[in-house]
Design a protein around this ligand. Structure first.
Ligand SMILES: Nc1ncnc2c1ncn2[C@@H]1O[C@H](COP(=O)(O)OP(=O)(O)O)[C@@H](O)[C@H]1O
Ligand SMILES: [Mg+2]
Length: 215
C-alpha cells in the first residue's frame, strides 16, 4: 500500500502546471498572467473546475512570485462599507501605490453572489474607481444571478472540469514522480470512470489516491 495525498502534493503550484480544460481558458488565463488585462475577471462554473485555484495562480503569475492578495468569501461582505473597506478607503494612496510594489492590488472574492442592490452599487463604484490599480478576480457558481452591470465591466470565463484525457498527463506525472509504473490504458479508464460519476477535478485526485493504496 502507498499513501499519497495527491491533492496536497500535486495541486499545481503555478499556472504552468495548471491543467487547462480548453484553449479559451488557456488563452484568457495567459493573457491575464501577462499583466496587460485590467478588467475584473469573473470565473464561473461547477464546483471543482479550478476556479479558486486560478484565482490564486493568476496573481502569482503576474508578479512572478507569491503575490500578496486580499481574499474574502462573498458572504462576509454584508454592508456597502465592508466593500469600501475591502478596497481601502484612501483611494489617493491606492492610486499611487500598490502593496509590496506589486503591479496590482489583488482582490479575490470567492462564492460571489450579491442579492442586495446597495452592495451591488457599492461594488460597481469600487470596480470603476480602482480599475487599473486593483485587479478583482471573482469566482461563482451562480453566474445567472450576477448583476448585468458587474458582468459588463468584466471579462467572463466559464471554467469546466477537465475531460479525462486532458487530465491524463497530469495524473501520469504523479505516478512517475512516485516511481510507480502504471498502465496508461488502466489509468485512463480509471479517470474516465471517475469523470462519469461526477465531473469535478477534485475527484481525480481522490481516485488516484485510491489507486496508490492498491499498490
Ligand atoms: N485545472 C486543474 N488542474 C489541476 N488541478 C485542478 C484543476 N482544477 C482543480 N484542480 C484541483 O481541484 C481542487 C479544487 O479546485 P478549486 O479551484 O477549489 O475548484 P472550484 O473553485 O472551481 O470549486 C484544487 O485544489 C486542485 O487540487
Ligand atoms: Mg472555489
Amino acid at each position: 500500500m502507498m499513501f499519497v495525498d495527491t491533492h496536497e502534493k500535486y495541486t499545481p503550484k503555478s499556472l504552468d502546471d495548471f491543467v487547462f480544460s480548453n484553449e479559451e481558458t488557456r488563452e484568457l488565463a495567459t493573457a491575464y498572467a501577462s499583466g496587460h488585462l485590467k478588467k475584473p475577471l469573473i470565473l464561473h462554473g461547477v464546483s471543482g473546475g479550478g476556479k479558486s485555484l486560478l484565482q490564486r495562480l493568476i496573481p502569482n503569475a503576474i508578479e512572478g512570485r507569491e503575490a500578496s492578495v486580499r481574499k474574502v468569501k462573498c458572504a462576509s461582505l454584508k454592508t456597502a462599507d465592508d466593500i469600501h473597506d475591502l478596497y481601502g478607503r484612501n483611494k489617493q494612496f491606492n492610486k499611487t501605490f500598490t502593496w509590496d510594489g506589486q503591479k496590482f492590488n489583488y482582490i479575490i472574492i470567492e462564492e460571489f453572489l450579491f442579492t442586495n442592490q446597495r452592495l451591488v452599487d457599492a461594488f460597481k463604484i469600487e470596480l470603476d474607481e480602482t480599475l487599473g490599480t486593483d485587479l478583482t478576480i471573482i469566482s461563482t457558481n451562480r453566474f445567472d444571478k450576477i448583476d448585468d452591470g458587474i458582468v459588463s465591466r468584466s471579462e467572463v470565463l466559464e471554467i469546466h472540469p477537465c475531460e479525462p484525457h486532458v487530465f491524463f498527463p497530469h495524473a501520469k506525472k504523479m505516478f512517475e514522480a512516485e516511481n510507480v509504473q502504471i498502465d496508461d490504458a488502466h489509468l485512463l479508464k480509471c479517470l474516465e470512470v471517475t469523470h462519469s460519476l461526477k465531473a469535478d477535478n477534485r475527484k481525480y485526485y481522490s481516485a488516484i489516491d485510491a489507486m496508490f493504496r492498491k499498490i
